[in-house]
Every structure is written in structure tokens, then in C-alpha cells.
Design a protein around this ligand. Structure first.
Ligand SMILES: Nc1nc2c(ncn2[C@@H]2O[C@H](COP(=O)(O)OP(=O)(O)OP(=O)(O)O)[C@@H](O)[C@H]2O)c(=O)[nH]1
Ligand SMILES: [Mg+2]
Length: 318
């Protein structure tokens, strides 16, 4: 397929071509990579405005079920929704990809929805790279809301936060003695926190909400998070949560926060790519290998000092 064929299909919102385009950006073949880059570049120029929502939380907390519930509401309103899932590692969350699709039957059957799991293996940074490009392609295909689901393990929350506009964290009801149930770093990243599966014990969910709100106020964090009790299964508060998302996104868009966040995300990405490419180029460079072998004869009392000497030497040769 030619780039113009991909572009044609994408701009028409052809879901099967959209799927093929994402397969292209996931490909590791050198010829595909060049094609993919050109395609993403062209799609980025078409850029439509969308709401990018990062959804995270421990395995089984109900992320996919919540997306199904909110996504179905949006589809009923005629909105186009894309669901991209990032799986940090096939071993850590075995079977969740399959689970994700089976938890979203309405969206799976909707013409207005597109569900795409990332490859289940590979480096997390690499996966988020392709997810970032997948977002660009989905926006060119005029999707209104893009969900990025990830299991909250390791660094995955901060990676998802770095490619979304708003970050939603799902947790379960807790007893009062488990105050530290959300990692501090994750709490700070979140815009909205959901005490999910509240249908199981609404009273306990409400008390969890108050405990959490109190601890947020007590900690005086940089930003205040909205806390809701919710249930993807019964639909509890799903409409209210969507109203809040819309309002928050609109406010942040009007005051330029979204644009600034996206700009910073681009900068972060740009720097990461430069560092990665430099590493690759250096590892292949013969002169670098010579310099390295010269230094290897020295005793490495302080590896950092020696490494900085090498860098200074390389920079002089630039
Ligand atoms: N009672 C109740 N059960 C729920 C709710 N949401 C999800 N579940 C159940 O919890 C289980 C896991 O739901 P998922 O939506 O797959 O959870 P997830 O967080 O996407 O799971 P992973 O992607 O594997 O991390 C399923 O058995 C769901 O039926 C809810 O709101 N209430
Ligand atoms: Mg899931």
C-alpha cells in the first residue's frame, strides 16, 4: 500500500485502513519504518482536536469495563472513540489484552469505536512511542475521544500521563487503616480518581472517597484531584464523570494548559529520541569504539569521571 492510500483511508475514517496504518507504525522493518514516519508526519499536519484520556489502575480494577460504559455513552451521542491499550509486559498482565476486548462488547461492535491493543512485548518506552503515533493517526481520522488504558505497574502510569491530556486513576474501596493506598507519585499525576466497583458496597465507597479527599487536602498537593465513586458495571456516576472531564478539558484548553502540556510532551519526546538515536549512532561508530578501547586500558576508579572525559573528547570532534 502507498502512503496516499493510507492517508485516504484514514481521513475517510476507514477502520480497517486505520488498523493497517497502526500495524505499519509497529513494524520493525526498516522500509516500513521510513514509510511510517512519513505517514505520521502527514497525519500530524492534519491534527484534529481530541480529548486524550489516560486510564490506569491495578490489574482487574475495572478499567476496560469503565471505558466500555463511558465509551458507549459517547458513541450514543455520535462521538467517535478510540481505545488504545498499553500492556507493560506480557508476563505481568497475562491475558488482559483478550480481557480488554471481551470487556468492551458494545464498543467492539460499534462503527464509531476503534479498539487497538499495543503489542504485548517490548520496551515500555518503545510501546508508548507507537501509541503516541497511533494517537496522531486516530486524530487524523477525526476521533473525538482517545482512551489510553494501561495496567498500573512500574513506570507505566507516568508514561501514559506523558501522552495524555488528563489522567484518570481507578482504585477500589479501602478500609480506613489503608490510607496510603495510592502511591504518592501516582496521586500527583492524577486529575480524576475513581473509587470503582462502588456498586459492591456504596457506603464503604463513600467513606473511602472522604478519606481520600481529606488526605489530598491535608497533603496540599500541587493540583487538586476530583474524586468520584463509580461503577462501570452499573453505570454509577459515569455521566457525571464525563461532565467533569469535559469541563476540565475545556477549562484547561481555554487557559492554554492543554496546549502547553502537549508542547512539553513533544519536547520530552524530542529529547528522548535524540538521546536514543545518539546512543544507537555511537554504538555503531568506529571512532567511538577506538576512543572507548583507549580508555578501557585505564583503571576505572571513578566511572563517571572517565565517561565525562570520553564525552568531552567526542564533543570536540563534532
Ligand atoms: N462489581 C463490579 N465489578 C466490576 C466493575 N467493573 C469491572 N468489574 C469486574 O471486574 C473484573 C475485571 O474488570 P476489567 O474491566 O477487565 O478490569 P481491568 O482493570 O480492565 O483489568 P486488566 O485490564 O486486566 O488490568 C471483571 O470480572 C469485571 O466484570 C464494577 O464496576 N463493579
Ligand atoms: Mg483492561
Amino acid at each position: 500500500m502507498q502512503i496516499k492510500d493510507y492517508l485516504n483511508g484514514i481521513t475517510k475514517g476507514d477502520i480497517s485502513i486505520l488498523g493497517k496504518a497502526i500495524t505499519l507504525i509497529e513494524s520493525t522493518l526498516e522500509t516500513d519504518k521510513q514509510k511510517a514516519e512519513e505517514l505520521v508526519e502527514k497525519c500530524a499536519k492534519l491534527g484534529e482536536k481530541s480529548i486524550r484520556l489516560g486510564i490506569s489502575g491495578t490489574p482487574g480494577v475495572g478499567k476496560s469495563t469503565f471505558i466500555e460504559s463511558l465509551g458507549s455513552l459517547l458513541v450514543e451521542q455520535g462521538k467517535k472513540v478510540a481505545i488504545l491499550t498499553i500492556d507493560p509486559s506480557s508476563t505481568l498482565s497475562k491475558g488482559s489484552i483478550l480481557g480488554d476486548k471481551t470487556r468492551m462488547p458494545k464498543l467492539t461492535n460499534s462503527k464509531l469505536a476503534f479498539i487497538r491493543p499495543s503489542p504485548s512485548s517490548g520496551i515500555l518506552g518503545g510501546i508508548s512511542n507507537t501509541t503516541k503515533d497511533a494517537i496522531t493517526i486516530c486524530e487524523a481520522a477525526k476521533f473525538n475521544v482517545i482512551f489510553i488504558e494501561t495496567v498500573g505497574v512500574g513506570q507505566s502510569e507516568s508514561i501514559v500521563e506523558s501522552i495524555s491530556d488528563l489522567f484518570i486513576y481507578l482504585t477500589l474501596t479501602q478500609n480506613g487503616d489503608q490510607l496510603q493506598f495510592i502511591k504518592k507519585g501516582v496521586l500527583e499525576l492524577s486529575d480524576i480518581i475513581l473509587i470503582n466497583k462502588a456498586d459492591q458496597d456504596p457506603e464503604l465507597a463513600k467513606s473511602t472517597k472522604y478519606i481520600l479527599q481529606n488526605s489530598i487536602q491535608h497533603n496540599k498537593q500541587k493540583k487538586e484531584q476530583a474524586v468520584f465513586i463509580s461503577s462501570g458495571l452499573s453505570g454509577l456516576n459515569v455521566k457525571e464523570i464525563w461532565k467533569h472531564i469535559l469541563l476540565l478539558h475545556e477549562t484547561k484548553y481555554k487557559n492554554g494548559e492543554i496546549q502547553e502540556k502537549r508542547r512539553q510532551q513533544q519536547m520530552l519526546w524530542f529529547e528522548t529520541i535524540i538521546a536514543e538515536e545518539c546512543k544507537q549512532l555511537l554504538s555503531k561508530n568506529i571512532k567511538f569504539k577506538q576512543i572507548l578501547s583507549e580508555f578501557k586500558k585505564e583503571t576505572l576508579h571513578n566511572p563517571r569521571t572517565v565517561a565525562l572525559k570520553i564525552i568531552t573528547k567526542i564533543l570536540k570532534k563534532l
